[in-house]
Design a protein around this ligand. Sequence first.
Ligand SMILES: Nc1ncnc2c1ncn2[C@@H]1O[C@H](COP(=O)(O)OP(=O)(O)OP(=O)(O)O)[C@@H](O)[C@H]1O
Ligand SMILES: [Mg+2]
Length: 235
Amino acid sequence: MSALLAAAGIVAGYGKKEIVRGVDLAVAEGEVLLLLGHNGAGKTTLMRALFGLLPPRAGRVGFAGRDITGRNPADNVADGLAFIPQGHGIFPALSVRDNLELGAFALKKRHTLGERLDTVFALFPVLAERRGQIGGTLSGGQQQMLAIAMALMHAPRLVILDEPSIGLAPNLVDKVMQAVREVNRRFGTTILMVEQNLRYSLPIADRVVVLKTGLKIYDGPPEPLHDRVALMKLF
Ligand SMILES: Nc1ncnc2c1ncn2[C@@H]1O[C@H](COP(=O)(O)OP(=O)(O)OP(=O)(O)O)[C@@H](O)[C@H]1O
Ligand SMILES: [Mg+2]
């Protein structure tokens, strides 16, 4: 498998603080890559640097063979990247359908809007049933589904998810993880996901990267991390 996203030597931070201190990260086309690390390890900062929300201080980011280092998020979305921020970022005052239409802003062919809606409604029947409901009145799990569905509206090649399980009850975490896996299987969408909930995220991961204080300390298969002792050593 070739790398769809390839980052090398990424350094990023805020003010005098250097948070991400030289990280290489390759996401293979078609895989689910899980990014782990303790609170404050720099996971969100790294995702923001990859997506163009925070220009990296050093290093290069490549996507589909092109250099996209520091390119603005709107151009990245138009080129097939999607980013779902921590805390999901839906529009709470708008209906499910209006949220989905906003998610389609980068759709190149507007006449395909109806097809995209059918596609995401087929994947998330609960959103189809509730298409007229105001986003902010959905349950936490449903809001996270909506955030994922919004990202899918422009048929991205790579979706970056930052802690989609935050604030969700365990049964909903399981549902959201299964939805992520389904997106990956059904559409071949490549997934880069930050998660803290290992119980439900490890089983859907093809590969795992662990960050510790801004450095990569593990890059490999998920299986060894099922062992609690091995996991404790990394954290
Ligand atoms: N906008 C900002 N300005 C200054 N410092 C920041 C900013 N955003 C994050 N930080 C700091 O950078 C460090 C890493 O934050 P980051 O959000 O990348 O961690 P994280 O691994 O995503 O943690 P969490 O698991 O809690 O989401 C933290 O010490 C945080 O306080
Ligand atoms: Mg974070």
